[in-house]
Design a protein around this ligand. Structure first.
Ligand SMILES: Cc1cc2nc3c(=O)[nH]c(=O)nc-3n(C[C@H](O)[C@H](O)[C@H](O)COP(=O)(O)OP(=O)(O)OC[C@H]3O[C@@H](n4cnc5c(N)ncnc54)[C@H](O)[C@@H]3O)c2cc1C
Length: 380
């Protein structure tokens, strides 16, 4: 007899594993499918913000064993100069995604989820169930949470255009001598994006470069690694979605994480939004008694997050366009304001949402910008 799961989670990255973990803890029968046997490699900076750590802790998942680097200082470099953000708590915790993702999946499996390695090619929705068709087998469930990443086959099946609104990022694990408690974000190496150096301990650094313009940045990344006196490892690239998909729910299917297009286009942060949306989809499922109710419940609880991230999209145009390319060339930057740096810290930690940012930028450009510009002109 074919066993029917309450929910089949396609993809075991952070969104899928947290969806599976929460759904299982809520008493649902869960199957996780991933095309790879874990641990597997995922190109990523591995930067976890305070809000990611807090979210996991609130779910009863402690990360001590998988955190490789801790940055209490983050240097932001743009054409106006270098600006330091500091905190007593690590602002960025650096993980290796193979270890981190494997750990999250093991938490879901320990909670009771099943896991099968198979590549999903299609999801067929019937009146009373879904058939998830893999290369090796077919699986039957009542619902699907699609957590299959930026190139999501399920998102495509729902009619979304995945190439639209996607950034491209490349990374490598570099070796050398650099600072071990400092994360660097440098906007001067690329237009409409930044390069980063995140320490992983033991002389290893996650070094990468990404932009909201889709191009092959491999040569740029290798030059950067050499400029900072390091040796690159294998270079890997992957898209990062920068806007929510047009359709993120359908009868019996919900998209989460990168599959739903839920990453922050200003910072490139996707892990928090992946885990958060995964948890929300599981909660929506548990509290729904019909496919229509599931769709409307998920849409209702995910909409504030989508609105917040769409503000991040417009802010990225301000940050990489107006602030860096225009104001920065005049020696001005919103980052020079302690209040802006404090705001960035608060956003990264999850204490503030994006809708509070534009006011601070407006305050800067209306009040301080012209003052500083005048000062610059008067003093040559
Ligand atoms: C170079 C780079 C650097 C980044 N740096 C950071 C960072 O420092 N901090 C941060 O927060 N975010 C970062 N991000 C974004 C972050 O990696 C993603 O937002 C995050 O991984 C999304 O998680 P997810 O679970 O939705 O998808 P993924 O992590 O991509 O997981 C999707 C899973 O689905 C599986 N899958 C795919 N297709 C199928 C299929 N057909 N059948 C079965 N399984 C399938 C895959 O094998 C994979 O395991 C970075 C992204 C890139 C590209």
């Amino acid at each position: 007899m074919v066993s029917t799961y309450d929910v089949i989670v396609v993809g075991a990255g952070p969104s899928g594993s947290i969806a599976a973990y929460v759904a299982t803890r809520l008493g649902l029968r869960v199957l996780v499918l991933d095309r790879f046997r874990f641990p597997r490699i995922k190109p990523c900076g591995g930067g976890l913000t305070q809000k990611s750590v807090a979210l996991l802790r609130s779910l009863g998942i402690e990360l001590n064993g998988v955190i490789r680097g801790r940055c209490r200082r983050v240097a932001l470099i743009n054409s106006a100069g270098s600006f330091l953000i500091t905190d007593d708590e690590p602002i960025v915790n650096v993980v290796s995604r193979d270890e981190f993702d494997n750990y999250l999946l093991s938490n879901a499996l320990e909670a009771g989820a099943d896991y099968i390695v198979d590549r999903v090619v299609r999801v067929d929705v019937n009146n009373d169930r879904v058939n998830v068709i893999g290369v090796n087998n077919a699986y039957v469930g009542k619902y699907v949470i699609a957590a299959d990443g930026a190139n999501s086959i399920v998102a495509k099946q729902l009619g979304n255009n995945l190439r639209r609104d996607a950034a491209m990022a490349f990374m490598t694990i570099a070796r050398g001598n650099y600072l071990d408690d400092l994360c660097v974000i440098d906007m001067t190496r690329i237009r409409w994006g930044y390069s980063w150096v995140f320490p992983r301990g033991g002389g290893e650094y996650d070094v990468g470069i990404g932009s909201i313009r889709w191009e092959d940045y491999r040569p740029l990344l290798i030059n950067y690694v050499h400029d900072i006196d390091m040796r690159e490892g294998e270079v890997r690239g992957h898209p990062i979605p920068i806007r929510a998909r047009d359709r993120i729910v359908s009868r019996r299917i919900a998209l989460v994480g990168d599959a739903a297009g839920l990453a922050d286009s200003t910072t490139g942060e996707g892990i928090f939004y992946a885990m958060y949306s995964g948890a929300l989809a599981a909660l929506a499922l548990r509290s729904s008694s019909s496919p229509a109710e599931f769709a409307s419940n998920y849409l209702e609880i995910i909409t504030p997050l989508i609105r917040n991230l769409s503000l991040a999209y417009y802010l990225s145009l301000g940050t990489y366009g107006i602030d860096h390319l225009v104001m920065g060339r005049l020696g001005l930057s919103a980052f020079s304001m302690p209040s802006t740096r404090n705001l960035i810290k608060r956003i990264m930690s999850g204490k503030t949402w994006y809708y509070q940012v534009p006011m601070s930028m407006i305050k800067f450009s209306v009040l301080r910008g012209p003052q500083m510009l005048l000062k610059g002109i008067l003093h040559g």
